[in-house]
Design a protein. Structure first.
Length: 247
């Protein structure tokens, strides 16, 4: 932040912008590469416009279409836009996102964002469609139409996914493309060494052992997940709570 202060001191006319990045699913590895890609892309655009990025808001592995999901940095962005400055006190002259659906996917979020953005005059907004004038007459309706289309597409995808899973279940096919730990690729035949480890782990947990202890045991035995990753607490817990163990 010292560098930002120095740049502003050297040129007080610099346009200060903030960047918002979000991804709904960060994959199994949880390495935030999708978020990093978004921030890098926005940074390149900011440099091209000679804008100064003074804050980066990030909601990784969080859906924008589910009401139950709280996006902490989105809420912080709304608050800072209303206040007119970042938590460090830098002015907010504009907002950047790789796409508008990173910011909002529900009408209520769009309305809150637009109200906070336009709480101060002269701000700029940039996404994959280029520069957008959020102060323009009729833009609120245009935004609502875009949100409605995005929400409709999301719900269609959810319906297709549910129908696909149901049809596969009716045919007796597994939904997951990856083999479960303890089974072969056909998801029916047991893989002896892994299956024995799962059986023993279940007995140990019932007897009072912790998931952490099982995790350490599996790591010591050089077991890896079916995707080739080292076992972590959460992945061991998922294995031991999988309903297929009772099948």
């Amino acid at each position: 932040m010292d560098e930002v202060r120095a740049m502003l001191a050297a040129d007080p006319t610099l346009k200060c912008v903030v960047c918002y990045a979000r991804i709904s699913f960060d994959g199994r590895v949880k390495d935030a590469h999708g978020i990093e890609d978004q921030h890098r892309e926005m940074g390149e655009h900011a440099r091209a416009f000679k804008w100064l990025v003074v804050y980066r808001y990030t909601d990784n592995d969080k859906s924008a279409s589910k009401e139950s999901v709280v996006r902490d940095d989105f809420e912080q962005l709304i608050s800072d836009l209303k206040a007119g400055h970042t938590p460090e006190g830098y002015p907010i002259h504009g907002v950047m996102a790789v796409n508008d659906d990173r910011l909002y996917r529900r009408p209520s979020d769009w309305e809150r964002y637009l109200k906070a953005f336009t709480a101060h005059e002269g701000r700029v907004y940039h996404d994959s469609n280029g520069m957008q004038d959020l102060y323009a007459k009729g833009f609120e309706i245009k935004g609502l139409v875009g949100v409605a289309m995005s929400l409709s597409e999301t719900r269609k995808k959810q319906r297709r996914s549910r129908n696909s899973h149901r049809n596969r279940a009716i045919r007796g096919l597994a939904v997951s493309a990856w083999r479960p730990f303890g089974w072969e690729d056909d998801k029916i035949t047991l893989r002896p060494q892994e299956a024995d480890a799962v059986r023993q782990a279940v007995k140990d947990v019932i007897a009072g052992a912790s998931i952490s202890e099982i995790t350490q045991q599996w790591k010591a035995a050089d077991f890896i997940t079916s995707r080739g990753n080292p076992f972590q607490y959460q992945t061991v817990k998922q294995v031991l709570m999988n309903p297929r163990l009772c099948g």
